[in-house]
Design a protein around this ligand. Sequence first.
Ligand code: S3P
Ligand code: PEP
Length: 423
Amino acid sequence: MATAFGLDRQALTIIPVSGPLNGRVTPPGSKSITNRALLLAALAKGTSRLTGALKSLDTKLMAGALRAMGVTVDEPDDTTFIVTSTGRLNPPAEPLFLGNAGTAMRFLSAAVTLVEGTVVVDGDAHMRKRPIGPLVEALRSLGIDASDTGGYPPVTVHGNGAFGTGRVEIDGGLSSQYVSALLMAAAFGNGPIEVALTGSEIGARGYVDLTIAAMRAFGGVVEQIDAASWRVQPTGYRATDFVIEPDASAATYLWAAEVLTGGSIDLGVPSDAFTQPDAKAREVIAMFPNLPAVIDGSQMQDAVPTIAVLAAFNNTPVRFVGIANLRVKECDRVSAVATELSRIRPGLGTEEGDDLIVASDPSLAGQTLPTQITTYSDHRIAMSFALAGLKIGGITILDPGCVAKTYPTYWEAMQGLGVKLEA
Ligand SMILES: O=C(O)C1=C[C@@H](OP(=O)(O)O)[C@@H](O)[C@H](O)C1
Ligand SMILES: C=C(OP(=O)(O)O)C(=O)O
């Protein structure tokens, strides 16, 4: 993994910019797509070349877990993984450690049921507070011997190489990743498997669409039966070469930096080329400084911290709704964003139930308000609050290295646009 400016520092102060930010920055590859492609390639017999991939903590953890199960993952350069597999996963010698990588934790909890033997899937202290009970319950309903720890990791699976058959129900209200995890593993059923949603809704449906697109690229056969269920045929996967698009969630910081400073940043990719849910944030961000009074964040969840920090400089206040599951991301993001905004200026961010209300104040721009931003080991809190520092003097980001989860070169990208950072 590339080590980037600031990763080993305890704090970085952002020096406000005096003019528009202009330049070219291509965001790194999509975390969501990279971790899907790594897993699907590992489940396919043969060699798959994944280009445009993200190399970050989350993808390193996924690749490491696959290597621990006997898959060869080569890294010829900074954006390529070459995955060679027998198509089977072997029992790892030790528990799989997945840090706070939600995609890796959830996708692998389902995929390791294909291992003949016992696998423990675990994460760090943050991950051990992120629920996984609904996924484990769904696995058990397929006859798989799986257990969690009071609804949280670690997860222990005693697999026999099969994934069952028939219908599996899943409540994806807390995380769409449970649905994606089941869909990807379902290609190894003893027969077709129907994955059906219970509960009212899943978070961002676009992530399930990403999963289905990736499965199809690796030869999976999946059809949508109706709005709440899919049927997966027991085809397994075929090794393939696969191109990964840039990360739309990473792009949101660049889009926001652009409108906040009146600049023009060339991402090297047209915004309509993104297939990830957070690309929807582009249209919303473009409305700045007249963001809507109510923004439904349910279909662009990882972009909410970005838009919320932008909203502080909006002409009118903004209420974010549909964001209850932001409370079970890397940290409780509803609370973290409200707390850190109000650290900049009391009352700037408040919680109302699961909604987040940002009291706008365009006059914040140009002020000096020395504030140390706590980042809760959450890359998105660090990256979004850095945006406030482009306009307000004295914004210091604590633990700036947490960006390594998905965007290790974030601080360098900012510097490349002319932003000055002080250690
Ligand atoms: O499937 C994915 O790649 C993701 C789904 C979302 O999480 P949830 O499904 O837990 O809401 C998103 O927040 C996460 O960053 C990536
Ligand atoms: C929620 C996130 O990640 P994950 O769930 O994959 O840990 C994120 O990247 O904002």
